[in-house]
Ligand binder design. Structure first.
Ligand SMILES: [Zn+2]
Length: 170
């Protein structure tokens, strides 16, 4: 299979020419300058790698990605970046409030480009994380926290499997 023609990020990343910028905007709907403004807004310096990864991450609407998945996307987009840098960047974005980390298993963390409060379905066999619509009540009474504590956030993951699948264990 022929390699698709891909925009090379490394050469024109900081100040993309107007034509490239227009193409990028047309491709994803996420203007390049928005990523820069978004990074600046949360106090992160818009480095080449942050710009590239931010553009890949946030250019496709709300979604849930793992570090490995983002690494593959970066490779496809010809962004030269290591998996370690991907992890660092994801954690920096999370700390800055741009992403929200959703832990499903100890081994796997998903990063949600929708950082607002919401809950998730997790389809176990497909390892797919899906937003629960905000209209669906998930919990109607929160437990009382111990003295001296308050609830910071509630993350609910409702695990799903197909109806025709047998129950495990038991
Ligand atoms: Zn979500």
């Amino acid at each position: 299979m022929a390699q698709p023609h891909t925009i090379v990020f490394s050469s024109a990343l900081d100040e993309p020419p107007e034509r490239l910028l227009a193409e990028r905007t047309a491709l994803t709907g996420c203007p390049w300058h928005d990523v820069r403004a978004m990074l600046r807004h949360v106090g992160l310096r818009p480095t080449r790698q942050r710009m590239a990864l931010g553009w890949i991450l946030f250019g496709k609407g709300d979604r849930h990605v793992t570090a490995e998945f983002l690494y593959e996307e970066a490779n496809k987009a010809k962004v030269p970046v290591s998996l370690a840098t991907i992890y660092n960047t994801l954690h920096q974005f999370t700390q800055a409030g741009l992403l929200r980390q959703v832990g499903v298993d100890g081994s796997k963390a998903y990063f949600d480009t929708n950082a607002s409060d919401h809950h998730h379905f997790f389809v176990e066999d497909e390892s797919a994380l899906v937003d629960i619509p905000a209209t669906e009540a998930v919990i109607d009474k929160l437990p009382t926290p111990p003295p001296g504590y308050k609830i910071a956030r509630v993350d609910i993951i409702v695990r799903l499997k197909r109806e025709d699948e047998p129950d495990r264990g038991g």
